[in-house]
Design a protein around this ligand. Structure first.
Ligand code: SF4
Ligand code: SF4
Length: 128
């Protein structure tokens, strides 16, 4: 089973309430591509967060390792209600969710299952 080790993509794209960290900015505690510099005392938001790539690693059909967020450049999350999917991308790779590999490995399946999918780039949310 694959895990987060060496990814750290969510430590950039997501807002972290407790740290006043805005989205699309590296967390000051992040050792980029290595892990959390304050792992033992990291905030609750970080403790509980698992992107959908990570969640599927425990399932019968995990999203491939090649599409882990540091490689695909897409962090897959959900809306607050947990019903809809949000693909978090960064301004340097705003079209990362449109890659052939991401479509074939993730997006096509979501759309086939009639799941509502949004793309979030900086603070702009766009339904696809
Ligand atoms: S984006 Fe997902 S796989 Fe990457 S560090 Fe965050 S939770 Fe782990
Ligand atoms: S505190 Fe650690 S886990 Fe949380 S965003 Fe910063 S580097 Fe990532």
């Amino acid at each position: 089973m694959h895990n987060c080790e060496g990814c750290t993509a969510c430590c950039k794209v997501l807002k972290i309430r407790e740290l006043d960290k805005p989205g699309n900015t590296w967390c000051q505690h992040c050792k980029i591509g290595v892990g959390c510099g304050i792992y033992e005392t990291r905030p609750e938001s970080c403790r509980v967060y698992e992107c959908i790539w990570l969640q599927t690693q425990r399932m019968s059909r995990p999203i491939p390792f090649e599409l882990r967020p540091d490689k695909s450049r897409v962090v897959i999350g959900t809306t607050n209600q947990g019903e809809d999917v949000v693909l978090y991308v960064t301004p340097d790779r705003p079209d990362a969710w449109q890659s052939k590999a991401f479509r074939a490995g993730v997006l096509d399946d979501l759309l086939r299952r009639n799941i509502t999918v949004y793309v979030s780039c900086e603070d702009k949310l766009q339904k696809i």
